[in-house]
Design a protein around this ligand. Structure first.
Ligand code: NAP
Length: 417
């Protein structure tokens, strides 16, 4: 593939996918998009941290060959006003694994969010958010160390799919008349209308990914989170399709909660994964009071959106929460916060959300030793209370570091492990 403005480093080798398996060379080319606002600051710092961890873990035997890709304001400057260049999407597919900083959604003119466009164009159907506690981070919970949960949120369906009909429009009147006259539906005049599509295909591929993740990472349970008691044919169906899929495709590896009680007297058989479900509203309570009971969650789009931020707040907030959007193999890891424009180019903000998204990325390509070094160094920096301004204001006697100084502190811990 040839590109107009993207330079694929000749020193590296692309990740390949054959027979549904990803092959990662020792010199993989990974894509990065620095993003807008604070994006360049946090990307610069994180690239240094990831490279230091890889060098420390493998002593030169393995090395990432970074390839810059463009999206957002930087892309507009290079591609004559195009914020969302087609060749960047081609490169994301071509390289398989990429990481991105936050992107501004330009205001006005019906401009769609670049993040939403990226998810839809690339069919990145699973939003994956691991939420875990690092010692030393301020938390409102009494036992934040119990939080170690990975959320798989469906990314393409549900009321977020944008099938909406504004009150007072012709399209709205047509649909309302059809629903009233032909389907017997009853609702207030001039109500805005939105469609909530949830399909077996969309639900099953998301739940399959969550269960496979639980198997690959020795997790104890997968919980299907839904509001199926009220929305029976959408979220209720998500639950039913989830149990059916678990039994069809993972019969040897799973036990459902009913089977646990009916067949095993409440004692989990060794080496099996428990498949259970909970209603979304009670999940918000359970995740505060008994987070230790949950492991992997698979849930619909809006539920996952709310739960991700609520859970992140228990262990330091979205400033450090990592995330990724994934298709079957193609994955784009990303900082979960926005561009915080007032702090752009001040070398001030916390790079941790992006840095820890990179930890997920290293784990995704199987470079667990490098990921583990960052995971071990991170709490040490927190315990020293050498942190960026956002954490310093939550801690007593903290030393406030700039973004680049925070990266230096983390790298120096990595090099001493
Ligand atoms: P934001 O950029 O996330 O910033 C809100 C506040 O969160 C900041 O003012 C700052 O709080 C804190 N914050 C965010 N990132 C931080 C970091 N790395 N370190 C320390 N503090 C951090 O949200 P926004 O102002 O609502 O959105 C700004 C732009 O970002 C919008 O154009 C929006 O569309 C875009 N956005 C992009 C993404 C994405 O690309 N994934 C996600 C969300 C929003 P204090 O002021 O209290 O210090």
């Amino acid at each position: 593939m040839t590109y107009q403005h993207i330079t694929i480093p000749e020193s590296g080798t692309k990740i390949s996918v054959e027979s549904d398996r990803m092959h990662v060379p020792d010199n993989p080319i990974l894509g990065y998009i620095e993003g807008d606002g604070i994006g360049p600051d946090i990307t610069r710092a994180s690239l240094r941290i990831w490279d230091a961890a890889v060098e420390r873990a493998y002593g030169g035997r393995r090395k990432v060959h970074w390839c810059e890709l463009y999206m957002g304001e930087k892309a507009a400057g290079i591609y004559g006003g195009d914020f969302f260049p087609a060749e960047t999407l081609d490169a994301i597919r071509d390289l398989t694994v990429s990481i991105k900083g936050p992107l501004t959604t330009p205001v006005g003119g019906g401009f769609r969010s670049l993040n939403v466009s990226l998810r839809q164009e690339m069919d990145l159907y699973a939003c994956v958010r691991p939420v875990r506690y690092y010692t030393g981070i301020p938390s409102p919970l009494r036992h934040p160390e119990e939080v170690d949960i990975v959320i798989f949120r469906e990314n393409t369906e549900d009321v977020y799919s944008g099938i909406e009909f504004e009150s007072g429009t012709e399209a709205n009147r047509k649909l309302a008349a059809f629903l009233r006259d032909e389907m017997g539906a009853d609702f207030f005049l001039d109500a805005g209308l939105a469609i909530k599509p949830i399909s077996p295909f969309g639900s099953r591929r998301l739940i399959r990914k969550a269960i496979q993740y639980a198997i690959d990472n020795n997790r104890a349970s997968v919980t299907l989170v839904h509001k199926g008691n009220i929305m029976k044919y959408t979220e209720g169906a998500f639950r039913s399709w989830g149990y059916a899929l678990a039994k069809e495709e993972f019969r040897e590896q799973i036990v459902t909660e009913d089977e646990l009680w009916d067949e095993y007297g409440g004692t989990m058989p060794e080496g099996k994964i428990l498949i259970k479900d909970r209603i979304a509203d009670i999940m918000f309570q359970l995740l505060q009071l008994r987070p230790g009971e949950f492991d992997v969650l698979a849930t619909n789009n809006p539920n996952g959106d709310y739960l991700s931020d609520a859970l992140a707040a228990e262990v330091g907030g979205i400033g450090i929460a990592p995330g990724a959007n994934m298709a079957d193999h193609v994955a784009v890891f990303e900082a979960t916060h926005g561009t915080a424009p007032k702090y752009a180019n001040l070398d001030k903000v916390n790079p941790s959300s992006l840095t820890l998204s990179g930890v997920m990325m290293l784990e995704y390509i199987g470079w667990n030793e490098a990921a583990e070094l960052i995971n071990r160094a991170f709490p040490q920096v927190m315990e020293d209370r050498t942190v960026t301004y956002d954490f310093a204001r939550l801690m007593d006697n903290a030393t406030t570091l700039s973004t680049s100084q925070f990266a230096d502190a983390l790298i120096s811990k990595i090099n001493r492990l």
